[in-house]
Design a protein around this ligand. Structure first.
Ligand code: SF4
Ligand code: SF4
Length: 386
């Protein structure tokens, strides 16, 4: 059984937000003194460089309220985020986050450090490249925004962790899994990887969701429409939290693969019967007429096109071993999930790659101890210098 706190929250007023966050912590039995001395990775949703009031990003005052609570309890916060469609610098400036991180002297993770995060139980991915600072953190404070999403139907706590994957790698993973079911499995693999690493005693992960003003319609970006939802949610289980938020929005939970498949994974709960909603009831805060995303729209069509091998070859880089570095250890061959790598042939000094089988997961590149596998741009990437 896991608890999800659901509280009414009608405005972005700093004292009110802090009071609600504190109240939610009490309701789920979270003791904020756990932050004392801990390096806390703050993970808001900073999808792009837009206004902080746009409902595309976690509201800056929501971020500030949670950050101040971490600081007041002796935590050492670090903001970790990789916007999907902007540089982090631009996103910080445009959303209003820059002033907050400067005021509170919050460290911002550099975009250049990347480390490998493993999850041996992963279904489609067992290794992820993530911001290096994540692995140095003791605790993750995940601060998703509740929004519709034209592929995953909604985006909440589980999907928000995708921002730990640096920019270009995120795009490649999107291209690699153009369909919702596989993409959602991959998101759950990442969720499992983060929970598994950060959940080590005595610290862990906490999700606190900004659903004060949500995004409906063609989310998750600026094509969506802000919609007042009047709620704040908190829980230790991201799948359970997304379930409650989706119910409050009046959307069909069965269409959210990260929830249905998340229950199936059984990270901590295996169904709604194991969720205790504390604070307000779902029925009390439920809103009517929340507009879902149209998952048959243009973005979805593009993703389906990307499933084509020919299109993939044009747009996605392919791994190529370099003779002068390769020591023929064959770690790449052992990890390749597609069986696309074979022994070096007579007269060759590198393993043989079969690009008809290669699914562009880049596990070989990640694991190579000699950094001998370079990523050669797709044909159209060369032409367009993408
Ligand atoms: S892992 Fe790297 S060094 Fe080892 S065989 Fe593959 S390319 Fe060569
Ligand atoms: S060869 Fe292709 S499928 Fe195999 S590990 Fe490398 S990127 Fe993945």
């Amino acid at each position: 059984m896991t608890k999800v706190a659901l509280l009414r929250c009608d405005s972005y007023t700093l004292p009110v937000l802090k009071e609600r966050i504190g109240q939610a912590m009490t309701l789920i039995g979270f003791e904020p003194s756990i932050f004392n001395g801990a390096k806390v990775a703050l993970k808001p949703n900073l999808l792009s460089a837009v206004s902080g009031n746009s409902a595309v990003v976690t509201h800056p005052l929501f971020f500030r309220a949670a950050s101040e609570i971490v600081l007041e309890n002796g935590g050492r916060p670090i903001l970790i985020e990789s916007p999907a469609v902007a540089s982090l610098d631009n996103a910080l400036d445009k959303t209003g986050y820059r002033t907050i991180v400067q005021d509170l002297a919050i460290e911002v993770a550099s975009s250049g450090r990347v480390k490998s995060l493993s999850f041996p139980e992963g279904r489609v991915f067992r290794h992820f490249e993530v911001a290096g600072e994540l692995l140095d953190a003791d605790f993750v404070l995940n601060m998703p925004k509740f929004k519709t999403h034209n592929l995953t139907y909604v985006t909440g706590a589980v999907k928000n962790l995708f921002g730990f994957v640096p920019g270009m790698r995120k795009s490649q993973m999107h291209m690699r899994f153009p369909d919702n079911d596989e993409f959602s499995e991959q998101l759950l693999d990442l969720y499992g990887a983060v929970v598994y690493v950060m959940g080590r005693a005595p610290v862990g992960i906490l999700h606190v969701m900004d659903a004060v003003v949500a995004l409906e319609g063609q989310g998750p970006g600026s094509a969506g429409t802000p919609r007042k939802m009047g709620a704040m949610l908190m829980g230790k289980d991201g799948v359970a939290l997304d379930y409650v938020a989706t119910r409050v929005a009046g959307l069909d939970v069965r269409r959210v693969e990260t929830i249905t498949r998340g229950f199936d994974r059984g990270f901590s709960v295996s169904g709604p019967g194991e969720i205790e909603v504390v604070g307000e009831s779902i029925d009390h805060l439920k809103i009517a007429g929340f507009v879902p995303a149209d998952s048959t729209g243009g973005a979805h069509l593009l993703r389906r096109l990307a499933a084509s091998k020919a299109v993939r070859d044009l747009f996605i880089a392919r791994p190529e071993p370099e003779e002068d570095r390769c020591i023929l250890c064959y770690e790449c061959m052992n990890i390749c999930p597609a069986g696309a790598i074979g022994h070096a042939g007579p007269g060759t000094k590198v393993p043989v790659f079969d690009y008809r089988k290669c699914i562009r997961c880049f596990c070989c590149s990640e694991i190579c101890p000699e950094a001998a596998i370079c990523l050669r741009r797709g044909k159209l990437q060369w032409m367009l210098r993408l």
